[in-house]
Design a protein around this ligand. Structure first.
Ligand code: C2E
Ligand code: CA
Ligand code: CA
Length: 785
């Protein structure tokens, strides 16, 4: 291919030179002959020849140009001068003068040397042909007869055709294409018509020169001038059209330019095509004096210049070239901008906006690829879910929640290796893809690292926040596993980690699938139960340890499902929170518990205290607050106690604080449930309107442990100082009851007095009024004796 190109170029240069030499060889004898005769010439005639040379020179500047990518075909109209000379001075003189004139006119044009020698050669040769054809065609006829006019036209047509096809032929040889492709037939027809008619002006001039008044020849300057101007503007229009086509093409294709590289290549190519016969490049340096350039300024990248220079030295650019280049760079700039916009959109489509991690779609995609590549290797998916995130979000607000998520994402990125992929899969759920593992323990090492990293407190705008994380791990044990299945397995394992106490890692096992199904079944059944309002309430008495009097009850939710049997409240309350049913369920329980409370008060004939548990997610439920207010105002005989866990109280979030104060102001007492587990701060006791502390059953069951004993003692004395009531939970034996009484812990709740019971049994208890606590003393007695 390269060889073919080299030889084509060599042939083309050879042709140019050959035509030049042939032209010279044809011209030299006639020029010498003409110059020899010049001495005998009448001086008037000599002046005419000189004027003819000048005229040729001028007219050659205004040719008709048929532009083409490979090179322009240029048709000059100066041949009319040759016709005039031929008709008035004879063939030898005419050809000699023509040769000199055309050599000067073409040889001095601002073109490459090859174009110039080719043009000199071809114009001389075509001139010779014109003279020959005319001389043969006119025969002995008079030079100004109709036959001679026809001969002139025929000769001019031959001149035009030969000039055109030889020029097109050499360009075609150089470019390796067909002449047919080089020539636009409608342009050729127009060119031929113009050429022949303009050249007949030479005939007209000859006629006028023989008339009585040869000065009338000057009148011909008018049509000649007009034609030259018209032809020039046609040529310019063609060029402008070509430029415009180039720009239009660039603008049309620009949307398809898919990357920066392609934009760059296309711009350079289009610049070369639009500003023909040039070399273009995109570079950092602005144009040098012999070049033109336009700056490409795109936000976020250094300024570059599209610079164009002529392939052939000596040519100059004009304003229109500059304008075309600027238009082209504008197309380029918009292509770059479009590219950037589409990059941004792609980024957004593939990433999570909050954390900047990949999103689920990308994660699934990468996992799919990893599974494809490692049919035999080991791939692991870690599914991490923050424990307690819902509370942070609910209690501290979304801003803190969002911040926590991005901080957690950063920490996760710090735990994984370069080749691993982390993604945000949902609200507080993150996925980690570990590819190319050699054994399972590697995944467990990373999982443990994630557990540790996320366990450290996070500094948020609202102070330090602590969360834990539950992680499920799944491996590609089964080659049939798809990305979705593997993610699902890791998710299932994560749920098991949560169920087994949170803040831990569990590896997926197929048996967990059953547990997962159980979970889904449970959730579906719970939805039905809540919809049908089938959750019931049992009551557990709260007893005065000194007198045995029943002070009141704690209402505890119960759910018996026909299929699942008795479901513990820890399980279904957590499920209701998970599936967003807790508020509805909470209101159902409150209504039911309160109705029971009213019956209990009626049965006892005195007011009773009634504890109702609230989930953290219920605190900000306005409907609930309104309900509580209504109940408290309407029924003084039921003294409501709302039991909240410590976590809720720790919130500094103004919304939560206001919600807690709102509940309090509705006319109820507030109790801190499970006091002593989890959190160590008691600062909130000063800030919030708390009335009761419920010491967790954990401490009661371990009262023999001096530390638990000391804690209960400390809590009681603190509560005294702050005028808070203390209730202990989980009292299961008389010795605990006695210890608690001795610690001045007034009220107690526990299986020793009764398990939570249905309303009818609770009524019997309150009607009896008190529980026999004498065994407490009896045991002391027994021990004493
Ligand atoms: P909790 O609020 O701490 O409720 C006290 C739990 O301790 C009850 O378990 C009760 O049956 C149990 N208990 C009482 N005395 C003893 C004892 O001497 N020994 C032992 N081992 N346990 C005793 P239950 O009813 O299974 O409730 C468990 C948890 O479920 C509750 O803990 C509470 O957090 C939640 N819960 C129950 N009902 C509701 C409700 O209506 N709404 C909300 N939000 N949570 C509820
Ligand atoms: Ca409780
Ligand atoms: Ca409790």
């Amino acid at each position: 291919m390269a060889a073919a190109r080299v030889s084509r170029a060599t042939v083309a240069v050879g042709l140019d030179v050959a035509i030049f030499v042939a032209g010279l060889l044809a011209a030299v004898p006639f020029v010498l002959l003409g110059v020899g005769r010049a001495g005998d010439m009448d001086p008037g005639r000599l002046w005419i020849d000189v004027a003819a040379i000048a005229l040729v020179y001028v007219m050659a500047r205004y040719p008709l140009t048929i532009p083409h990518e490979s090179g322009d075909i240029v048709i000059g109209f100066e041949t009319c001068v040759l016709v005039f000379l031929l008709l008035t001075g004879g063939p030898v003189e005419a050809f000699a003068v023509w040769s000199i004139a055309t050599a000067i006119a073409n040889g001095t044009q601002r073109k490459a040397w090859r174009s110039r020698i080719f043009n000199v050669g071809i114009t001389i040769l075509c001139g010779a042909l014109l003279v020959l054809v005319y001389t043969v065609a006119v025969g002995d006829a008079d030079h100004l007869s109709a036959r001679s006019l026809a001969a002139v036209m025929a000769a001019c047509a031959v001149f035009f055709s030969v000039d055109l096809f030889v020029t097109a032929g050499t360009l075609a040889i150089e470019d390796g294409c067909r002449i047919r492709d080089m020539v636009n037939w409608s342009s050729v027809a127009l060119g031929l018509a113009c050429f022949v008619s303009v050249d007949t002006l030479g005939f007209l001039a000859a006629v006028l020169s023989r008339s009585d008044q040869p000065w009338t020849m000057l009148l011909l300057l008018v049509p000649v001038g007009t034609i030259l101007v018209a032809v020039n503007s046609i040529s310019e229009t063609r060029l402008a059209q070509l430029r415009l086509t180039g720009l239009l093409e660039a603008a049309t294709h620009a949307p398809d330019w898919s990357d920066d590289d392609q934009i760059e290549r296309s711009l350079v190519l289009q610049a070369q095509r639009t500003l023909r016969h040039t070399t273009a490049e995109l570079r950092d340096e602005p144009p040098a004096p012999h070049e033109i350039g336009a700056a490409i300024e795109v936000e976020g990248r250094p300024v570059r210049h599209l610079v164009v220079q002529h392939q052939v030295s000596g040519r100059v650019f004009d304003e229109r070239d500059r304008a075309a280049l600027e238009a082209l760079t504008a197309v380029g700039v918009s292509a770059y901008n479009r590219r950037r916009l589409s990059d941004e959109m792609t980024y957004l489509a593939r990433h999570d906006a909050l954390t900047g991690l990949n999103n689920r779609a990308v994660f699934t995609d990468r996992l799919g690829q990893a599974l494809e590549n490692r049919r035999r290797g080991l791939v692991a998916v870690l599914y991490a879910d923050l424990d307690g995130f819902k509370e942070v979000n609910d209690l501290l607000g979304h801003r803190v929640g969002d911040q926590l998520l991005s901080l957690a994402a950063q920490r996760i990125m710090g735990c994984i290796r370069e080749q691993d992929t982390a993604a945000r899969l949902g609200g507080d759920e993150f996925g980690i893809l570990l590819d190319d593992l050699t054994d399972e323990s590697q995944a467990h090492v990373i999982a443990a690292r994630v557990l540790e990293c996320l366990g450290d407190p996070f500094d948020t705008i609202d102070g330090q926040v602590r969360v834990r994380v539950s992680v499920g791990v799944a491996f590609n044990d089964d080659p049939r596993d798809t990305a979705e299945i593997l993610i699902n397995s890791a998710d299932t394992a994560m749920y098991v980690a949560k169920a087994r106490g949170k803040g831990r890692v569990e590896q997926f096992h197929p048996a967990m699938r059953a547990a997962e199904l159980d979970r889904l079944e449970l959730e579906a059944a719970l939805r039905d139960a809540v919809r049908d309002d089938r959750i019931t309430v049992h009551y557990q008495p709260v007893v005065d340890l000194v007198t045995g009097a029943v002070d009141g009850f704690e209402a505890l939710a119960r759910w018996h499902d026909p299929q699942l049997g008795q479901v513990p409240p820890d399980i279904f309350i957590a499920a209701a929170e998970r599936i967003g049913l807790i508020r509805q369920l909470g209101r159902q329980i409150l209504a039911k518990a309160h109705a029971g409370g009213r019956e209990l008060a009626a049965a006892a004939g005195r007011p009773v205290s009634l504890g109702v548990n609230l989930s953290a997610l219920q605190v900000s439920d306005d409907t609930l607050a309104e309900e509580v207010r209504l109940l408290a105002e309407s029924f003084a005989e039921v003294q409501l106690i709302l039991e909240l866990t410590e976590g809720v109280m720790l919130s500094n979030d103004p919304v939560t604080v206001a919600a807690i104060e709102g509940l309090k102001s509705a006319g109820v007492r507030l109790a801190i449930d499970d006091f002593g587990v989890g959190y160590s701060s008691v600062g909130y006791l000063h800030r919030l309107p708390v009335d009761i502390l419920k010491i967790d059953k954990l401490f009661v069951s371990e009262l023999h442990d001096p530390r638990s004993h000391a804690l209960v003692e400390g809590v009681v004395s603190m509560a005294r100082a702050m005028e808070l009531t203390v209730v202990t939970e989980g009292v299961e034996d008389w010795s605990s009851a006695r210890s608690l009484r001795d610690l001045h812990c007034d009220l107690a709740q526990g299986f020793l007095f009764s398990r939570p019971v249905p309303l009818e049994q609770a009524k019997a208890l309150i009607v009896a009024g008190h529980i026999d606590v004498s065994p407490m003393s009896a045991e002391v007695g027994a021990g004493a004796f």
